[in-house]
Design a protein around this ligand. Structure first.
Ligand SMILES: [Zn+2]
Length: 40
C-alpha cells in the first residue's frame, strides 16, 4: 500500500497503486487547493 500526503493540510490517504494515489491527490487538490491543481 502507498500513503499519499498533502503538504498543505493533514490530508492523507491509502492507495493500492501509484496511479490511484496520484488520482486521489489530484482530486484533493482540485477540491481543497484549486490554486495548486494543475492538469497535465
Ligand atoms: Zn490538502
Amino acid at each position: 500500500m502507498l500513503t499519499g500526503r498533502c503538504d498543505r493540510c493533514d490530508w492523507r490517504m491509502l492507495a493500492g497503486s501509484y496511479p490511484e494515489m496520484v488520482r486521489a491527490y489530484q482530486d484533493h487538490l482540485r477540491e481543497h487547493h484549486p490554486d495548486r491543481w494543475v492538469t497535465t
